[in-house]
Design a protein around this ligand. Structure first.
Ligand SMILES: C[S@@+](CC[C@H](N)C(=O)[O-])C[C@H]1O[C@@H](n2cnc3c(N)ncnc32)[C@H](O)[C@@H]1O
Length: 264
């Protein structure tokens, strides 16, 4: 049975996905808030932009430091980045094996937009260990992860069928959405055997990529414990609007959460 990383790599390598990600630009509110809060630790210092995708974060991060490398395990994503930002450094690198980089070489290791959710439990622990290894003692590791408390929408949900007002407002988009419905169901049927539910996490079929992705979901409390277990010290858990979650907000149902950690 293929590992979920392989399933997700197939989806991320599709032209439609690389094209979609290469059109994204600008930081999300949580990323902007985090990078602002921690700017002093990273400005002008080496940055690893892991799971760079189509280069959404490249411009913003290279404004913080020109010592930048973007990396992704999907060669097709790296090609998109090279075409989009000629002269900047990109590499095909898997987060599970950062041996291309020396110990303590980066002030910031950022794995944005839930890239880490593409990994199985064992692979996630390996990737977090590698991220810790390549982090400078005073560096920060930033990533977002899917929240297990967030409700999932199944491929069969009638929410995916465009409503009459959608047809009136944007008929082409409504038609595209309707055509994706059977494809989503087909993908969900193919991938459902990989779903699992464990005490500490679950693997779910993700609506993103038209149900072509299997994603790791975890609660805030379990994620913080996981970071400590791999030798990373959590600094903050951050909501999508950029505010630092208080412990009484850890039960949030936001779809994903940003984490900032330092070497423990
Ligand atoms: C949801 S996309 C986000 C892309 C980009 N960071 C952005 O915010 O637009 C996740 C990215 O992580 C990459 N990725 C997933 N698993 C990876 C791994 N093991 N090593 C490196 N990149 C990985 C995927 O190929 C994909 O480009």
């Amino acid at each position: 049975m293929p590992d979920i990383s392989e399933i997700n790599l197939k989806t991320y390598s599709k032209q439609v996905e690389t094209w979609k990600y290469a059109r994204l630009a600008g930081l999300l509110a949580a990323e902007a808030a985090i990078l602002q809060r921690h700017r002093e630790s990273i400005a002008g210092r080496p940055i690893l932009d892991l799971g760079v995708g189509g280069g959404r974060t490249t411009e913003a991060l290279t404004q913080i430091s020109s010592d930048y490398i973007g990396a992704d395990y999907a060669p097709a994503m790296v090609e998109r980045c090279r075409a989009r930002f000629p002269g900047m450094r990109f590499a095909v690198v898997d987060a599970r094996d950062l041996s291309a980089f020396a110990d303590a070489s980066f002030a910031l290791v950022m794995f944005s937009y839930n890239g880490i959710s593409s990994l199985s439990h064992e692979d996630r622990l390996r990737a977090l260990g590698e991220m810790r290894r390549v982090l400078r003692p005073d560096g920060i590791c930033v990533f977002s992860a899917h929240n297990r408390n967030s409700p999932q929408t199944g491929a069969w949900s009638l929410k995916h069928i465009p409503a009459p007002q959608d047809w009136l407002r944007a008929p082409a988009t409504a038609l595209k959405q309707l055509l994706k419905y059977p494809l989503g169901i087909r993908n969900a049927l193919v991938h459902r055997k990989h779903a699992r539910s464990e005490a500490d996490y679950a693997i779910v079929n993700d609506e993103a990529g038209c149900y072509g992705l299997m994603s790791y979901v975890i609660t805030v409390e379990k994620q913080l414990a996981q970071l400590r277990a791999v030798g990373l010290r959590p600094v903050e858990a951050v909501a999508t609007d950029g505010h630092v979650l208080r412990p009484d907000q850890y039960g949030t149902t936001e779809p994903w959460i940003y984490y900032v950690a330092r070497r423990g």
